[in-house]
Design a protein around this ligand. Structure first.
Ligand SMILES: Nc1ncnc2c1ncn2[C@@H]1O[C@H](COP(=O)(O)OP(=O)(O)OP(=O)(O)O)[C@@H](O)[C@H]1O
Length: 613
């Protein structure tokens, strides 16, 4: 029964799916730029050396040194294998029993030594990859969350950095894994090349020249024809994977709104279009990889019998022993594999190049602090308790739409101000500028230290965690880290009393206590979330509070009682709101009068003017 249900779900989509867009990438898409692979090497080096020059460089170099040593031992063992093989094959052909068993014995000894060495090498390379990944992910996360970079990337005008989450979670492990795999492969091949060139040179030097020419021409052709193209396709694939995942996450985040609008078929079409764009890119990648595979086989099989063909006349003339033919073949193919590493692993190299491009761009973006010629300057100070704006000109990011032109205002401590104006005139944007989120423009904002200010947006943020953690937010521990009550530890009684104050007296009991963990953003109504956010304000008692339509979802009576409470616990605050009843709780009104101009007046003046109008 279950099986047939799931089968029917797979066979019959319950929403009608219309394909919206299966465009091929635009020319501005960074993934469409096909570049030579060599272009990426300095970028790879830049990202790779971060760990090797950072605070864990000792650990990094130790892992790397041990791995390289093991690669060297591995190669030496292989050289020994080639001699042991030569010995027992010659003994076999000449029916010399003693030499045959001697060769066998050497072989067994080599295997006994090699087996644990290979296991240790695998373990060390895996640890090296993991440690590197941990360090790099941690650095990126720190940079992403510091200085509100996550917000800056989000509003970035040209949206250069697609899917930063995917870059951190997927590209970093693939980059470190790919780098360790390819670098150790290169080192092994280099050692093999040196060691077996010695062997081959001592027997047939002309064969070494032939191999060198063959590999150089082959590598150049492969890189020229396949390298850049495969890298570009890998890049686009990653981008498309991220876009598809983002669409599904976006649907989950907005599940209720989409369900109300019955917008599922549009969202499904959108997701399906993204899937199709991904599939189109993957098909192209498979086609190019198939071409590369064909070329690799031609390249390898063309020289398969060459060592035997080359050496056979000497063997028939009795100049060399039988075992020499096998040893030459062994050495020839080892050197060929070493010199052709770029050809054989072209798909891996191009994948690593794509991951490098994405990580390097992210690293650049997270350490980059905007290149506006002039910026609004933030001057937070523990001595400032009010707020002052000195000649602030503010523009929206990207479009540069003017929000405020040369705005001067002074909000002394103990005073409150209401920002009013038509929808879209820039009330919330002013708060964004004061908090330092938007910096496009000029002028100076003087305010208290950030730990003395609290911003309440219209849609409060509900972090994962218990009810207690919701109440204590933005403080993360049991002791308050923000506001006037910095360092104090509110007890349960106090928290329950505050819940009572914000008219959420039954909440703790209803959900099963302060330690209950729920998806708070989904289980609480917007009005309940706003009251809970108000509680945070009453609890922390910041020197300066900002409320951006923070009571917009509440009825007028509840709003009035919350503002009455606010006036008793927080002296200086700035609100954004549309309801006229808010005026009575504020001393000043900042009104948007259009074209970037704002007028500051007392509440009484504002009401008087409104009445006249
Ligand atoms: N991330 C953004 N990038 C560019 N422009 C933006 C961005 N966010 C908002 N804007 C624009 O800035 C202008 C001011 O927006 P803002 O949210 O400050 O208006 P508001 O006065 O608070 O509106 P409302 O009363 O409807 O909440 C609007 O024209 C809006 O389209």
């Amino acid at each position: 029964m279950q099986h047939s249900e799931s089968a029917s779900l797979l066979n019959k989509p319950t929403v009608r799916i219309k394909i919206i867009d299966t465009r091929t990438p635009s020319v501005n898409d960074p993934g469409t730029v096909s570049r030579p692979l060599s272009f990426t090497i300095p970028k790879w080096w830049k990202v790779a050396t971060l760990w090797f020059r950072g605070d864990e460089k000792k650990k990094a170099w130790t892992y790397a040194a041990v791995s390289v040593t093991l690669c060297l031992l591995n190669t030496l063992l292989l050289v020994r294998v080639s001699y042991a093989q030569r010995m027992f094959e010659t003994a076999l052909a000449g029916k010399e029993q003693d030499d045959f068993y001697k060769g066998m014995y050497q072989f067994v000894v080599i295997i006994i030594v090699a087996a644990p060495l290979m296991a240790i090498q695998y373990y060390l390379e895996s640890r090296l990859t993991l440690e590197w990944r941990r360090w790099l992910t941690n650095r990126l996360l720190m940079a992403y969350f510091s200085d509100q970079t996550f917000f800056r990337l989000h509003i970035q005008e040209d949206h250069q950095i697609d899917n930063p989450d995917q870059r951190i979670c997927d590209d970093v492990p693939q980059y470190t894994e790919g780098s360790v795999f390819l670098v150790t492969a290169l080192i092994k091949k280099l050692f093999n090349c040196v060691a077996f060139t010695g062997v081959l040179w001592s027997i047939e030097p002309r064969m070494v020249f032939f191999l060198l020419t063959y590999a150089v021409v082959g590598t150049w052709l492969t890189t020229y024809v396949f390298g850049g193209r495969l890298m570009q396709l890998q890049y686009t694939c990653m981008q498309r994977e991220g876009d598809l995942r983002f669409e599904i996450v976006r649907t989950r985040e907005n599940a209720e709104s989409i369900a109300f609008y019955k917008g599922e078929s549009r969202e499904a079409s959108q997701a399906n279009s993204r899937l199709l764009r991904l599939v189109v890119t993957i098909v192209r990648k498979i086609q190019w990889q198939a071409g590369l595979d064909l070329w690799k086989h031609v390249y390898v099989y063309a020289t398969m019998l060459l060592p035997a063909l080359w050496m056979a006349p000497k063997y028939f003339a009795g100049v060399i022993e039988f075992g020499v033919i096998t040893q030459v073949g062994f050495a020839f193919h080892r050197i060929e594999a070493a010199l052709s590493v770029l050809i054989m692993k072209m798909a891996d190299f191009s994948g690593l190049a794509a991951q490098t491009e994405r990580l390097e761009a992210l690293l650049d973006a997270v350490v980059h602090h905007g290149h506006e010629a002039t910026r609004i300057q933030q001057v937070p100070s523990s001595r400032t308790l009010g707020l002052s704006l000195e000649h602030v000109t503010l523009r929206t990011p990207g479009s540069g739409h003017l929000i405020a032109q040369g705005l001067d205002l002074d909000l002394p401590p103990g005073k409150s101000m209401l920002i009013v104006g038509p929808s879209g005139c820039g009330k919330s944007s002013l708060l964004r500028a004061i908090s330092g989120l938007w910096t496009s423009g000029s002028g100076i904002v003087r305010c208290p230290n950030f730990s003395q200010m609290l911003f309440l947006p219209q849609k409060p943020f509900m972090p994962l965690g218990s009810l207690r953690q919701q109440l204590l937010f933005p403080s993360s521990g049991p002791k308050l880290e923000w506001g006037q009550r910095h360092g104090s530890q509110p007890n349960d009684k106090e928290l329950l009393a505050l819940l009572d104050d914000v008219l959420l007296s039954e909440l703790a009991e209803k959900v099963g206590g302060l330690e209950t963990e729920l998806e708070w953003g989904h289980v609480l109504s917007l009005g309940e979330q706003q009251r809970l956010a108000f509680l945070r304000l009453l609890l922390h008692q910041p020197a300066l509070a900002f409320l951006d339509e923070a009571t917009g979802a509440l009825d007028e009576n509840t709003e009035a009682s919350l503002y009455t409470l606010l006036r008793s616990s927080c002296q200086t605050f700035v609100s954004v709101g549309h309801r006229m009843q808010l005026i009575q709780y504020h001393d000043l009104v900042l009104e948007c009068v259009g074209k970037g101009h704002w007028q500051l007046q007392t509440s009484a003046e504002y009401q008087h003017r409104r009445a006249r109008r």
